[in-house]
Design a protein around this ligand. Structure first.
Ligand code: G3H
Ligand code: 13P
Ligand code: NA
Ligand code: ZN
Length: 310
């Protein structure tokens, strides 16, 4: 069924695992993710960014997710707005069938973040929808305004109780060294999440679900395949899966993955085009691309998140 994340997060918190939140933009991505989750009896969060909504259209995405819910009746599926940047965008998704929204006012001053998040929470809770908020700034060499990993604004643990209490948010994304995109760290540097910051935040907010953004691992076999078949992605690096496993065992209940979906599809399609220059039916290359999404998500569910059979 289509559900909020409330029950999923409670079970994940108590069970020491995390639920995967995968970004969706089209039918093949939705099918690949939910076929994997359905077969593995795993709860799953399908998340739509502002850009995804602009690309595919709100109604198309909602109807595709509704189809996935019908096709996978045994698993809980949440439909979540990723990185909502305004009250109006959040309201539009709340009114339009989403079960969860993120209001990301983390780049605003602290009091403005609280005020906007509070406003979204009031509207969302009145409509049975849950809210993810963010405190702290993610690093990332891909961001428009480049934030070096060493200058990242890690979440201040001393702020999380005040923020959660005054906003009433249902989950909190924190900055502990993850970052968006396929180039998370400078080549040669050793990726290391700040588990001390995570633990301090979790200690301040016992029982409260923590969210990690920017958690693709950028599998090197995908990068190698892309580069082998005409791509050019030197130095693409992600979060080591062992660190994601450690996070999943903690208060982290939601782990966001988008870039790994993009890499899986691109690697397969580049290879397909190189090997079949005469093919031109999109089904021929989108079928293995969808399968690659399914295989990647199955691996995350079983080997990283630990949410299979939950
Ligand atoms: O955190 C951002 C997600 O990866 C979505 O990316 O805004 O390009 O759809 P997008
Ligand atoms: P990645 O770029 O690491 O996949 O992060 C996705 C994300 O955080 C979506 O909100
Ligand atoms: Na967890
Ligand atoms: Zn994100």
């Amino acid at each position: 069924p289509l559900v909020t994340t409330t029950e999923m997060f409670k079970k994940a918190y108590d069970g020491g695992y995390a639920v995967g939140a995968f970004n969706v933009n089209n039918m093949e991505i939705i099918q690949g993710i939910t076929e994997a989750a359905g077969e593995l009896k795993a709860p799953v969060i399908l998340q739509v960014s502002k850009g995804a909504r602009a690309y595919a259209n709100h109604t198309y995405l909602v109807k595709l997710v509704e189809a996935a819910v019908i096709e996978n009746p045994e698993i809980p599926i949440a439909l979540h707005l990723d990185h909502g940047d305004s009250f109006e965008l959040c309201k539009s998704c709340i009114d339009g069938g989403f079960t969860s929204v993120m209001i990301d006012a983390s780049s605003k001053p602290y009091e403005e973040n609280i005020a906007l998040t509070r406003k979204v929470v009031e509207y969302a809770h009145d409509h049975g929808v849950v809210v993810e908020a963010e405190l702290g700034t993610l690093a990332g060499v891909e961001d428009e305004v480049s934030v070096d990993a060493d200058k990242a604004m890690y979440t201040h643990p001393e702020e999380v109780v005040d923020f959660a209490t005054r906003t009433g948010c249902d989950s909190l994304a924190i900055a502990i060294g993850t970052s968006h995109g396929a180039y998370k760290f400078k080549p040669g540097t050793k990726p290391q999440l700040r588990f001390d910051v995570l633990e301090e935040c979790a200690k301040q907010l016992p029982g409260f679900p923590i969210v990690l953004h920017g958690s693709s691992s950028v599998p090197q076999e995908f990068v190698a395949e892309i580069n082998k078949y005409g791509g050019n992605m030197p130095g693409a690096i992600g979060i080591p899966e062992e660190q994601l496993r450690q996070a999943a065992r903690s208060a982290v209940c939601k782990i966001n993955i988008d870039s790994d979906i993009r890499l899986a599809m691109t690697a397969v399609i580049r290879k397909y085009f190189a090997e079949h220059p005469d093919h031109f039916d999109p089904r021929q290359y989108l079928k293995p691309a969808r399968q690659a999404v399914k295989d990647m998500v199955a691996h995350k569910i079983v080997d990283v998140l630990g949410c299979n059979g939950k």
